[in-house]
Design a protein around this ligand. Structure first.
Ligand SMILES: Cc1cc2nc3c(=O)[nH]c(=O)nc-3n(C[C@H](O)[C@H](O)[C@H](O)COP(=O)(O)O)c2cc1C
Length: 140
C-alpha cells in the first residue's frame, strides 16, 4: 500500500476542511494517508511518503502563509524533484494567483504533479469537497 502525507496550514478551518476531504479521498482509493499540520512536517519526513498533498490558503498579498508554511515548504523544495505531489488551498478575494505561482514553483523544482491543483473560495462546498477527494485519490 502506498503512503501519502496531507500537509496543511489553516487559520480559520477552510483549508483544514479541504485537507480532511483530501485524506478521505486518499483512503477511499486505498492510500494510507497521514494528516499532518505544517508545523509538524520537515524535509526529513518526505522520504516516508510516496506522495504528498500540500495545502495552504492565500495569505499576505497572494502568497503562502509566511511564518510556518513558507519556511517549511522552502526547506522541502530542494527534495521535490521527482516527488509526486498535489496542491490545494482556500482563498477569498483574489483570483487564485497565489496558487498559480505556487504550482509554477513546484514544477520548476521538478515535482511530478499528481493532478491539477484544487482551490476553493472560503469554506469548501460539496463540489469543492468532491474535487478534494479526487485530488486525494490521485495520490495513489
Ligand atoms: C492575513 C490574511 C491575508 C489574506 N490574503 C489573501 C489574499 O492575498 N488573497 C485571497 O484571495 N485571500 C486572502 N485571504 C483570505 C484567506 O485566504 C481565506 O480567508 C481562506 O479561506 C483562509 O483559509 P483557512 O480557513 O484555511 O485559514 C487572506 C486572509 C488573511 C487573514
Amino acid at each position: 500500500m502506498s503512503k501519502a502525507a496531507v500537509v496543511y496550514w489553516s487559520m480559520t478551518g477552510n483549508t483544514e476542511a479541504m485537507a480532511n476531504a483530501v485524506a478521505a479521498g486518499a483512503a477511499k482509493a486505498g492510500v494510507d494517508a497521514d494528516l499532518i499540520n505544517a508545523s509538524d512536517f520537515s524535509p526529513e519526513k518526505m522520504n516516508e511518503y510516496s506522495s504528498i498533498a500540500f495545502g495552504c490558503p492565500a495569505m499576505g498579498d497572494e502568497v503562502l502563509e509566511e511564518d510556518v508554511f513558507e519556511p517549511m515548504f522552502a526547506a522541502c523544495e530542494p527534495n521535490l524533484s521527482g516527488k509526486k505531489i498535489a496542491l490545494f488551498g482556500s482563498y477569498d478575494w483574489g483570483d487564485g494567483l497565489w496558487m498559480r505561482n505556487w504550482d509554477e514553483r513546484c514544477r520548476a523544482a521538478g515535482a511530478q504533479m499528481a493532478c491539477d491543483f484544487v482551490i476553493c473560495n472560503l469554506e469548501p462546498d460539496e463540489e469543492a469537497a468532491e474535487a478534494c477527494e479526487k485530488l486525494g485519490a490521485a495520490l495513489a
